[in-house]
Design a binder for this molecule. Sequence first.
Ligand SMILES: O=C(O)CCC(=O)C(=O)O
Length: 253
Amino acid sequence: MQPAHETQIATLRRDGFVVVPSFLPGDALEALRRISLSQLAARVPPLELEADLKYPGAPTSPDAAGGQTVRRLLDAYGRDPVFARWGVAPGIGDWMHAYFGEEVLMSRVHHNCLMTKHPRYGSMTGWHRDIRYWSFEREDLVSVWMALGEETSDNGGLWFVPRSHAMTFGEEQFDAAKFFRLDHAGNDEIVSSAVSPRLAPGDAVFFHCNVLHSAGQNRSDTVKLSLVYTYHGLSNAPKPGTRSASKSEVRLA
Ligand SMILES: O=C(O)CCC(=O)C(=O)O
């Protein structure tokens, strides 16, 4: 294990997330951006639309103005060999092996996407823990969010509540869709400590499935692009019969 990994892993264990600067080399960044923009322009399926999610700021239906705005290019791993390569890159595999201390698998069920945030019709994402998407033996998964352009609070960059992955919350603090309720006493104080790390193109943020995070709308005039994958240890199996177990996973070398 490299010393940088040790420090980053310690930061993730403490804060629930860690920024890894210059994670993508320049040629990979250029290739990932080019493929993303070309697949977005060609609307290569499978796609998820903002209108499908209906988050605040999203068009109300696919027929409304901006209703065809893409939210996610789904199945990043299956859509291009360069995307696939970065899902199982040694820089991720080594890091995850050091973190989980065992064999590592990448899920193809959720995330595994090129996440976009468009000006105007890109929606905001409320406070949540990503565990809302998952059904695993243990709540221990780590996502890698690779910024293919600059990400700031102005263009819809992520906000995190440091150390919230280790906080214990009651079910009543979340709504039916498992978003953290800002109308619940005390929750607003918890999110008041949130930070929005500025990401340069090629930076990555690694984050735990229980860290509270959110993202605003994109107030710039350029679409924001991020490649996102999620990993877990071999002993932490998806629960049989759930969506998390519905697709074969990718074992990292
Ligand atoms: O880009 C965003 O709006 C946030 C995305 C996110 O947190 C998620 O999909 O879980």
